[in-house]
Design a protein around this ligand. Structure first.
Ligand SMILES: NC(=O)c1ccc[n+]([C@@H]2O[C@H](COP(=O)([O-])OP(=O)(O)OC[C@H]3O[C@@H](n4cnc5c(N)ncnc54)[C@H](OP(=O)(O)O)[C@@H]3O)[C@@H](O)[C@H]2O)c1
Length: 263
């Protein structure tokens, strides 16, 4: 890919101790970028940094909850102190969450929206301002949304609402920044085999009074490709969007879903 010849840049990948975030951090680091990561669990951040450094990559990180304005500011400041101003931001951290809407507790709704949507605003704003991106004339902001950000997911109203919000934010900011050299795009995974996907299958198995194996079979039957995507396949598109050659892709929401979403 042409993007592999890009010069080394500084990237933040949120929620990079697991799944799609981890695969993305590794891909960007393998391309020679300096990658700063975060998650809430300090042990997992330290372990991930060590594992990636052991492979020879330039990686550091800190604990931060992306739903906290103070912790997001601290995350971005730490990344700048460590590696300089930010060229690439991957807003990946997120959570699942839903249920029968009439029974959803306030705390669940607020936390899903805060973790998945408010976080994207907070991190993006701070990377553009204190992270220095808006003064650089080049930047890449990639938001991990979901096919649930384009269609409604049964028993997933908070999640679907949050991801539709991420897609809307992406389109608006992508247009706002289009002439600045900063592109803003969303990647919309369908079903991706990660720890989150396992938790989602557990939730549906409980809600529909069946086994996780049965849920897996039902979900795979909905995917034209017949299988979940891998975290590496999603990271591949994120890495492409982060490259120089993707410079004319702006304000888009692109699916990695095995044909699940035709939109
Ligand atoms: N897997 C799928 O099928 C799928 C499909 C569509 C979209 N997505 C989206 O893809 C993204 C990654 O999902 P995944 O499947 O890779 O999930 P995952 O395996 O559960 O990993 C989530 C990562 O985010 C971190 N995280 C969660 N909440 C956080 C918070 N409040 N602040 C900071 N970090 C946080 C987790 O670490 P800590 O718990 O230590 O904080 C972990 O590193 C999410 O935005 C998700 O909605 C996933």
């Amino acid at each position: 890919m042409t993007g592999t010849q890009d010069t080394a840049k500084t990237a933040i990948v949120t929620g990079a101790t697991s799944g799609i975030g981890l695969a993305t951090a590794e891909l960007l680091a393998a391309r020679g970028h300096r990658v700063f990561i975060n998650a809430r669990n300090a042990d997992n951040v330290a372990l991930t940094v060590k594992q990636l450094r052991d492979k020879g990559y330039e990686v550091d990180g800190t604990t931060a909850d992306v739903g906290s304005p103070e912790q997001v500011r601290s995350l971005v400041t730490s990344a700048v102190d460590r590696y300089g101003t930010i060229d690439i931001l991957v807003n990946n951290a997120g959570r699942s969450g839903g249920g029968v809407t009439a029974d959803i507790a306030d705390d669940l709704w607020f936390d899903v929206i805060n973790t998945n949507l408010n976080s994207v605003f907070l991190t993006t704003r701070d990377v553009l301002s204190v992270g220095g991106m808006r003064d650089k004339g080049w930047g890449r902001i990639i938001n991990v949304a979901s096919t649930a950000g384009k269609q409604g997911v049964v028993l997933g109203a908070p999640y679907s609402a949050s991801k539709h919000g991420v897609v809307g934010f992406t389109k608006a900011l992508g247009n706002e920044l289009a002439k600045t050299g900063i592109t803003v795009n969303a990647v919309c995974p369908g079903y991706v085999e990660t720890p989150m996907a396992q938790r989602v299958r557990q939730g549906y198995a409980a809600a529909w009074d069946t086994t996780e194996g049965d849920i897996l079979t039902r979900f795979e039957a909905k995917i034209p490709l017949g299988r979940y995507a891998t975290a590496e396949e999603v990271a591949g598109l994120i890495g492409y969007l982060a490259s120089d050659v993707a410079g004319s892709i702006a304000a888009q929401a692109l699916n990695v879903c095995g044909g699940l979403g035709n939109f």
